[in-house]
Design a protein around this ligand. Structure first.
Ligand code: SF4
Length: 490
């Protein structure tokens, strides 16, 4: 599995290799991609560009000519993980197992030249917006090592570009996800100023891809075998405002449903503003027609008005409560996923309880929670009322304990239901079982459905009956032959 929001996946272990048996290619590059699906799309685009320039992509990061580490820089634990991975690769380089080590992504953008001192031995640092020039950088780093040239200057070993004013194309990717699903980035950057978030400083202002470009990319992905599209952005409901002068997510969703070969469309990262009646209408019609999944990933962060204000979220408690009701009314059976941030500076016990009560009331089918992370480059760094680490952790654990009951209850309520699943592949630990997902399960961040069946392949759509659960996962039995990639199957 790849592309996790939990910053814990090293893609090179799972990605398809471009190396073919008997290949004459001599330059090999391995990628280690950390962080969120937006970063994964960048990783895949860089790999696509490297393949075009004659590089062979290898899944074996232990013997590559170049290892590219695409880092995450969102919060301290993610940065520490990225630094750990870079150090591992530098140790391999020192032992002579691999060639050059290049560092890209959000941590590179955030720490810039300082990274050369922090992790000495890195051959090149490439900021987020230097992505388009990766092939030149990789070639240069490879040649420099091969020819044993003198050590390059700091300037020669760093590449930073300003954030683009127009969205960059992600076509021609070398995908790291399984063949049957892909992330599609509809926009980049963010115009909001949430006080805990460092993303706008790394990824720049919001830039939307024009609808025609997204459609072309969706067709390319469908032709490559993709059946499930996962729409991602920093803020997907802001889509279109920069290029069309108004939110156009509704129009985009309408158009995407016409792409042949795509059976499921799943929407992520909806900010709880700009969810207009028109968008709700399109969403509910799309769900009825079958291609748009009744699933919405909408990070809410908090419910207390005072905390939301200090976070500069620009939505209040009433608006959020109303929105949850509107969504559930418009889309029966909707699976809502949300993320919350606890222990924000100044969050009182009463405000935390307000959040607990909201979560108990709203009963999100899927939920993630993060303890507040102190980030020097964010406006919240200057806020007073910093809470002790253990309080933040206790609050996060408390919410997860409540959520576990909600999620287990939801799983039990599914018993006996017949649902459509997409098969991810055989379960390697349990012969005769497959790992599959329903409309309720986004890859890597949600539970799975464990399916008892025979003769299935990754990407098959099947009808199944839910007959049990194992913690968060559902158990199911296959009912009929695979549906031949039926459009809109669910
Ligand atoms: S909406 Fe807020 S939390 Fe999300 S990326 Fe933008 S600034 Fe960060």
């Amino acid at each position: 599995m790849v592309g996790s929001d939990r910053n814990d996946k090293i893609l090179s272990d799972t990605m398809r290799s471009s190396r073919t048996t008997g290949s004459m290619a001599t330059k090999t590059c391995a990628l280690i991609s950390l962080g969120c699906p937006k970063n994964l799309v960048d990783s895949e685009k860089m790999l696509g560009d490297l393949v075009k320039e004659g590089w062979t992509i290898t899944s074996d990061a232990t013997h590559a000519d170049v290892v590219l580490v695409n880092t995450c820089g969102f919060i301290e634990p993610a940065r520490q993980e990225s630094l750990g991975v870079i150090r591992e690769q530098l140790a391999r380089k020192k032992a002579g197992e691999i060639g050059a080590v290049i560092v890209g992504g959000c941590l590179a953008e955030r720490n810039r030249e300082d990274l050369l001192t922090e992790v000495p031995g890195v051959d090149h640092i490439v900021g987020v917006h230097g992505r388009e020039e990766i092939a030149r950088v990789v070639d240069q780093a490879h040649l420099t090592r091969k020819l044993r040239q003198a050590v390059l200057t700091k300037e020669q070993r760093t590449l930073f570009r300003p954030a683009p004013v127009k969205a960059q194309s992600d076509m021609g990717r070398f995908r790291a996800t399984p063949k049957h699903y892909a992330y599609l980035k509809i926009s980049e950057g963010c115009d909001r100023l949430c006080t805990f978030c460092a993303i706008p400083s790394m990824r720049g202002k919001h830039v939307s891809k024009p609808i025609e470009e997204i459609l072309a990319e969706a067709r390319e992905l469908a032709a490559d075998g993709v059946r499930e599209l996962l729409l991602v952005a920093q803020d997907s409901t802001y889509y279109g405002i920069d290029i069309y002068g108004e939110p156009r997510l509704d129009k985009l969703l309408e158009e995407l449903q016409s792409v042949e070969g795509i059976c499921w469309i799943r929407l992520h990262y909806a900010y709880p503003a700009y969810i207009t009646d028109s968008l709700l209408n399109t969403f509910s019609q799309g769900v009825t027609k079958g291609k748009l999944l009744p699933y919405l990933d909408m990070p809410l962060q908090h419910i207390s008005d005072r905390v939301l204000k200090r976070m500069l979220r620009k939505v209040d408690k009433q608006a959020i409560e109303n929105l949850v009701v509107r969504l559930r009314e418009a889309i029966p059976g909707l699976v809502l996923r949300s993320t919350f941030l606890v222990g924000f500076p100044g969050e009182t016990e009463a405000e935390f309880q307000e959040l607990v009560e909201f979560i108990q009331r709203a009963k999100f089918e899927r939920l993630g929670v993060f303890p507040y992370s102190v980030e020097e480059t964010t406006p919240s760094f200057k806020l007073d009322g910093l809470l002790p680490e253990e309080v933040k952790k206790q609050r996060a654990d408390h919410i997860m304990a409540i959520q576990q009951q909600i999620a287990f209850g939801w799983a039990k309520a599914q018993y006996g239901k017949e649902i459509d699943l997409i098969v991810d592949g055989p379960d390697s630990d349990a012969p005769g079982w497959y790992t599959a997902r329903s409309h309720a399960d986004a890859p890597t961040i949600d539970p799975v459905v464990r399916l008892k069946a025979k003769g299935l392949f990754a990407g098959d759509f099947v009808r199944a009956r839910i007959n049990g659960s194992d913690g968060y996962d559902l158990l199911a039995r296959h009912m009929v032959a695979p549906l031949a990639l039926k459009a809109g199957s669910r």
